[in-house]
Design a protein around this ligand. Sequence first.
Ligand code: ADP
Ligand code: GLC
Length: 480
Amino acid sequence: MKIVQVASELYPYMKTGGLADAVGALSAALADNGHEVSAFLPGYRGALDHGDAIGAERKLRLKVEMADQYLSGDVRVFSPRRNLKVYLICREEFFDRGAPYGTGERDYEDNADRFIFFCKAVVEVLRLGDFQADVVHCHDWQAALLPLLLRGAERSHRITLALKTVFTIHNIAYQGLFPAKAFARTNLPDELFHIDGLEYYSQMNLMKGGIMFADRVTTVSPRYAQEIQTPEFGCGLDGVAQTRADDMVGLLNGVDNSVWNPATDALLPARYTAANLAGKLVCRAELLKSCGFAPDFTGPIFGMVCRLTEQKGIDFVLANRDFFLAQDCRLAVLGSGDQRMEQELRELAAEVPKRVSFGAEVNEASSHLIEAGSDFFMMPSVFEPCGLNQMYSQVYGTLPVVSRVGGLFDTVIDADENPATGTGLMCEPNAASLRIALQRALVLFGDKARYAAVQQRAMARDFNWKLAAARYEQLYQDSL
Ligand code: ADP
Ligand code: GLC
């Protein structure tokens, strides 16, 4: 098949979270299966730096109509892998910035323009290149306009650009909501700014367009597909999601074994397998050292790596600070984002530096070390469309402590409730329930034989992206 992937993040070109991992691994897996894959993302400064290391094979120029203006852009094309081409859509004014979506505190004011331009540029590349894709697969709000724009361009030029479009919701909490006046920049017909179109309480909602106009809609876990149809998790789009229930399916993400595999992980001080865990102890020792904890500590280490947002349940952890002060355990947190959460974590670490460590940065190597060196990995999310770290941690023999939502629900089995099959511990998304799970973790860690059995089961789980990619292939086939 000829498959186009469109997203605002793609590992390793640009990553702020799991979106990059998911689109990167899916694109690579489809290419390895012999499909002709083209992946589009904005030419951010960091992405261009990464691309320059490979060397662009082609450069195209284009003009994009935005309301009554024409804006020019460049496209650089890279071939990082057989069957995979990466297209960076460049325009310095929009994308030559340090971060993809905004400064730490607020989103860039021109985000509507930036991502409308991005989507329109993708359509232009497909049109000029006479692409005729089988499937154009768009991810999250930044690419959500494409299904509409593609069909519009096909009508006006009497051509076929894509047989089918697929829209994947990675996180319905981010919708691309903009003032009504931004709609003019899409050059779409006025009747689309309507309750059955992009209009949402007098604003323009790009994600709504993706959900309504793609041929198929997917979420990144089966549980999340159900959840977003309820007011509790739908973030105001639950009604819209319900209208597509028949065309919506939840397909679980996977683990990219070329990046997340304890047997080959070059970012670790030592490698290990389920059969020989000696390397995991080396990682543990290195983690204790890098956190400034006593090297001879033998109790459980709780690790946490995430964007600091309300979604990730940081406040449930902070509400349990006395647990980490009183119990014989260690806590290692890596994450950046919300300033208040950063401040509170920093204060906690400063108060008990021998027990709690906090790294307020994005650091790939540290994230691997925490995954490998900890005994438990915490993800008490309020909601979690899929979540990747709870899968990584199982593969790394680090038992996940997660809340019973979204993809966490679909990928972790509670070891107390299921003594024969359990791979982690689960709680409800609140501080009191997390507290009980943390206490259960101490008990489990104290029972060495049981901990080892749960760990072996966790490490035996197969979250390979090949399985995940096969589910997408099937979906593409079915839609065609
Ligand atoms: P989300 O996409 O909601 O952030 P996921 O669990 O799907 O959550 O993916 C998060 C990804 O981002 C993981 O690969 C995780 O290791 C990575 N990550 C998050 N915060 C950091 C950080 N501070 N440093 C390094 N990697 C991080
Ligand atoms: C989003 C979600 C996360 C998911 C990731 C990749 O960032 O928050 O749960 O794993 O997308 O699909």
